[in-house]
Design a protein around this ligand. Structure first.
Ligand code: ADP
Ligand code: MG
Length: 484
């Protein structure tokens, strides 16, 4: 039997407001436990929440970026449940009238093909505190700093058909929220978490199978692994005559498996009702127009422009546009050197490699876009060859010089293209290598091409890497063949 996987994601994005969604307490990450939750976040008697306008603006900007309908009127509801990290006894969320209605996101797969994933809605809510299990033997610690932090929960339609598509969707959401600057997107710090809904159905069947919801998966890689495990578990279960139960499961990255947490609760378990302390949010057209006017160029538009106007491949355009910082760095390099393909190669190759090795983000690159652009220009105008370019790159990276030109001068890396100078070096190498010359002359003609490498190496060495390699090759061949 052939099975098809069906996946829907609920992504929680922590919005980058300075204060909480309903109070003035700070949202900064990493503070001492329980120093950043105020009376409102704790729901102490007599307090009243006040909605943070910035959170509303951010939710709307997300909605506009995914071509969604923005609700003219949205309403906060109380979702009632008991848990130690929720002292209020309810989470303020939006159940029936979310701020962002249906929209869609384009995802790009590894082969460069694209697919539209529909967004069911996105709603605003507050985060709860955090239970800390590790440092307390036989007890659980509670840190309420996170209570009241604004979240945007983005709920997709069940439109994904593979773990790869789910990861690509999550990356697309990550790109959009970081381009918009509405979240830092830091998954390691929990700024983006997702619940993964997975079901399987026989290929060709229209009705969906029963799904399991895997809670709180917090990296792109874990999303793929959790789905892979879960799909296999469900198929095996069904093929053995069992059936999938609708439940909430937890992904354990150490064991690479999902485990049952609890059976799925229904909406009516939560006794949702409109929060009597908060007014409905009413947005008018002028406000939406104002926010629309502030939208930056979004990743999908950049990708298209890089492909259509700058001639980058679908792959390059996708990788470079995925991060706003990288895209902007690339654009600055390109405007300096004028060659998009070379700019893309250097940004994705030498630069990304060096950044990864030293665990630096592109925003903190020791070499500026301007410096890199100038360096590429010197390769393009034949001032230096490719080998010297890498040396210049390293020197600029290490701060040994302000500009490519300065390094080229200081290190004497200017490419030697003067035929006379190259010929002199070649004559010297030939004179110094009688044995290799004899071997060359005795070889079969088809083997000589390979043997020439030795002489090229010697000449390049003699020129300290500065000779033009194409010229060296051509002239060497002429001179050696004249000796045959
Ligand atoms: P709930 O309200 O119980 O969380 P929803 O119907 O809102 O359930 O769906 C939650 C998420 O689960 C959505 O992202 C949706 O796309 C996804 N989903 C729904 N049905 C399925 C299914 N059969 N298989 C996989 N995902 C599903
Ligand atoms: Mg849900």
């Amino acid at each position: 039997m052939q099975w098809e996987t069906v996946i829907g994601l609920e992504v929680h994005v922590q919005l980058a407001t300075r204060s909480k969604i309903f109070s003035g307490a700070s949202t900064a990450f990493g503070a001492e436990p329980n120093t950043q939750a105020c009376a409102v976040d704790l729901g102490l008697p007599g307090v009243l929440p006040v909605l943070n306008e910035q959170a509303v603006a951010m939710a709307v900007q997300f909605g506009l970026a995914v071509h969604a309908d923005i609700a003219e009127v949205s309403v906060f509801d109380r979702k009632n449940y008991f848990y130690p990290d929720l002292p209020k006894g309810y989470q303020t969320s939006q159940m029936y009238h979310p701020i962002v209605g249906p929209g869609d996101v384009e995802i790009t797969l590894e082969d460069g093909s694209t697919k539209r994933i529909r967004i069911h809605h996105a709603h605003l809510e507050e985060d709860a505190g955090k239970s800390l299990h590790e440092d307390f033997h036989g007890m659980t610690g509670i840190d309420l700093n996170r209570a009241g932090t604004p979240l945007l929960e983005i709920v997709s339609e069940p439109d994904m058909r593979s773990a790869k598509e789910a990861a690509a969707y999550l990356k697309a959401i990550h790109s959009i929220v970081t381009y918009l600057g509405i979240s830092d997107g830091n998954m390691a710090e929990g700024s983006m978490r997702c619940d993964v809904n997975v079901s399987v159905r026989p290929k060709g069947q229209e009705a969906f199978g029963t799904r399991a919801e895997i809670k709180n998966v917090n990296s792109f890689r874990f999303v793929e692994r959790a789905i892979a495990f879960e799909v296999e578990r469900q198929i095996e279960l069904i093929e053995d005559g069992g059936s999938v139960v609708q439940e909430t499961r937890l992904f354990d990255p150490d064991r690479d498996e999902t485990r049952s947490m609890r059976t799925k609760e229904e909406a009516n378990d939560y006794r949702y009702f409109p929060c009597p302390d908060l007014l409905p949010v009413v947005l008018d057209q002028a406000y939406l127009d104002h926010l629309r006017g502030q939208l930056p160029e979004l990743p999908a538009d950049k990708r298209e422009r890089f492909q259509n106007e700058l001639g980058l491949s679908a792959y390059d355009a996708n990788v470079i546009s995925a991060s706003r910082d990288m895209a902007e760095f690339f654009e600055a390099v390109h405007s300096e050197c004028g060659d998009a393909k070379q700019a893309a190669n250097w940004v994705q190759g030498e630069l990304s490699g060096a950044l990864n090795r030293e665990n630096l983000s592109i925003a903190n690159s020791p070499i500026s876009a301007r410096q890199l652009g100038e360096l590429i220009s010197r390769v393009l105008d034949d001032t230096i060859n490719g080998k010297a370019a890498k040396e210049v790159f390293q020197a600029l990276w290490n701060g040994q010089g302000e500009s490519a030109d300065e390094v080229i001068d200081a290190k004497g890396l200017k490419q030697v293209t003067d035929t006379g100078a190259i010929e002199a070096m070649i004559d010297q190498v030939i004179a110094d290598s009688p044995a290799q010359v004899a071997q060359y002359c005795d070889s079969e003609p088809e083997k000589r091409g390979k043997m020439i490498g030795y002489f090229v190496g010697q000449v390049m060495k003699a020129s300290r890497g500065t000779a033009n390699p194409q010229q060296v090759n051509g002239l060497l061949k002429e001179k050696l063949d004249a000796l045959l």
